[in-house]
Design a protein around this ligand. Structure first.
Ligand code: SF4
Length: 298
């Protein structure tokens, strides 16, 4: 594989592709000084649940100490990854209690189904060469939650039940298969998503497969998005292509787009007062926990 050269090559993640498929502007504005990068409770919850599960898998035992010291390591994650503190998380005891329940139900219902003799890696970042860009090379990078010799697996947390289509259309599944073929020489065509449905407190399994043709088309898509990033080409798309009636996409709302207050491509004649909402977001963020903003404002 060609060497990655930070000075001229471009990295792309599957999550960036997901954002660009909605609206490339969501990636364009990330480095703007006033970009909010809204923190949400579901995002933090997912990160924390991932952390305790991956620690369990790496150390091979119950993480009793983590359960008893959440205020320390959850705080560290908030500060390191989100520049935030625990004091600003509303209902922190409920938050901790749901994390503990998520972990215990994972141990009861998911862990016994795993064939740990086949584990290749846990939470290891991998880098794959996708192809040439116009200036440098384009690379995909990603970190699967756990890789078995014949299967990829990911933990997800969701406020609602997943539908099978979400797994079947996941570009993450399509890209992580060739990623681990190139880096670990594993030929894998199965991806399982274990999804914690938070509304019911249960882990649900969604299995999906990919054909070689599907994988190839996902790789071509990733390369094209990588070239767009390299070229700094981010045409905003507040309206989904299919919306011939020019209706704003669900994602082009302050609740779902962190670039709302800096983006100048969102204005539409749909009775939505974009400026007024942007001002309210900025005012709220100055004074309050961002975790509570989305619940209160929208
Ligand atoms: S506000 Fe709308 S148009 Fe602007 S980046 Fe966000 S989704 Fe795209």
């Amino acid at each position: 594989m060609p060497e990655y050269d930070e000075s001229q090559d471009t990295l792309i993640r599957q999550s960036t592709i997901g954002q660009m498929q909605l609206c490339p502007g969501r990636v364009k504005w990330v480095d703007h000084p006033d970009y909010l990068g809204m923190l949400s409770e579901p995002l933090v919850f997912g990160t924390v649940v991932h952390e305790i599960i991956s620690r369990h898998l790496i150390e091979g035992e119950l993480q009793e100490t983590m359960l008893l010291s959440m205020d320390e390591w959850v705080e560290a994650i908030l500060v390191d990854q989100y520049d935030w503190t625990l004091t600003k998380v509303p209902l922190v005891r409920d938050f901790f209690s749901e994390i503990a329940v998520a972990y215990r139900t994972w141990m009861q219902n998911v862990l016994p189904t795993l064939d740990l003799n086949k584990v290749a890696i846990v939470e290891e970042r991998q880098l794959m060469y996708l192809g040439p860009g116009h200036l440098g090379k384009i690379f995909l990078h990603g970190t699967a939650d756990i890789v078995f010799t014949d299967l990829l697996m990911d933990w997800k947390t969701s406020g609602r039940a997943w539908k099978q289509a979400k797994a079947d259309f996941s570009i993450q599944a399509s890209l992580y298969m060739p990623l681990h073929k190139q880096t670990l020489d594993l030929s894998i065509q199965d991806f399982w998503f274990w999804v914690l449905n938070r509304s019911q407190g249960v882990w649900q399994l969604f299995k999906t497969k990919r054909t070689v043709a599907q994988i190839n088309s996902a790789l071509a898509t990733a390369l094209e998005y990588g070239r767009q990033i390299e070229a700094n080409a981010f045409p905003c798309t507040p309206v989904p292509e299919a919306a011939f009636n020019k209706q704003r996409g669900w994602y082009c709302k302050p609740k779902f787009c962190s670039a709302w207050n800096v983006c100048d491509s969102k204005y539409m004649n749909d009775g939505f007062n974009e400026k007024e909402v942007a001002e309210r977001i900025v005012a709220h963020n100055k004074n309050k926990s961002v975790l509570s903003v989305s619940c209160e404002l929208y």
